[in-house]
Write a protein that binds this ligand. Structure first.
Ligand code: SAM
Length: 174
């Protein structure tokens, strides 16, 4: 099977990469992106890749200069959407941490990968934050992506913790 070329943004410890490994889907990481040095070190050790593959702060990335990739994962910061946060939201250009999802959208616009996977807190579906999520879906649709999303709970997948997350998969239509 041909290896999937993967770009990992807001990488953390790279849980989606673990999922690919568990699912037996061969992939090759083109780069990861993580601003926190401890998370970067953990990512590098867990996935056996050099820290030189870390692009660092997403706001400093020039999308056109990225190598080509087939899929991008972005579990963008959720604090401003979360019920536990101050609820500032993720409006484009607002400067909130959650608005960094729009940096991914610009990367997608420039590179047009086949698949985009976004993960976040279910509160993006609340009345307050839904307009941002709808705009995200619309921006991707204008670029030719078809999106589906669902809220999943970790406890239903063999993890001893009740933790809901929304997953949105977007596929560039043929
Ligand atoms: C919700 S976590 C993502 C968790 C990840 N999906 C995982 O599997 O561990 C968001 C991550 O984005 C990182 N981050 C926040 N601002 C960033 C920025 N400007 N550039 C790159 N990474 C950033 C945080 O340090 C944090 O690790």
């Amino acid at each position: 099977m041909k290896k999937l070329r993967l770009l990992s943004l807001f990488s953390g410890i790279g849980a989606p990469e673990m999922a690919l490994k568990k699912a037996g889907i061969p992939f090759e990481l083109v780069a990861y992106c993580e601003i926190d040095k401890f998370a970067s070190r953990s990512y590098s050790l867990l996935h056996n890749v050099p820290e030189s593959m870390n692009l660092g702060d997403i706001t400093k990335i020039v999308p056109e200069e990225l190598p080509d990739f087939d899929m991008v994962f972005h579990g963008s910061p959720c604090q401003s959407f979360s019920v536990a946060g101050r609820g500032e939201g993720g409006v484009k250009g607002s400067g909130t941490r959650s608005s960094l999802l729009w940096n991914t959208v610009e990367i997608v616009r420039a590179k047009k990968p086949k698949f985009v996977l976004w993960e976040n807190v279910p509160n993006v579906l609340s009345e307050k934050h839904l307009p941002v999520f709808k705009e995200y879906l619309e921006e991707l649709a204008k670029m030719g992506y078809e999106s589906s999303f669902d809220t999943l709970n970790a406890k239903d997948y063999g993890v001893p913790q009740s933790r809901e997350r929304i997953f949105c998969v977007s596929r560039l239509a043929d």
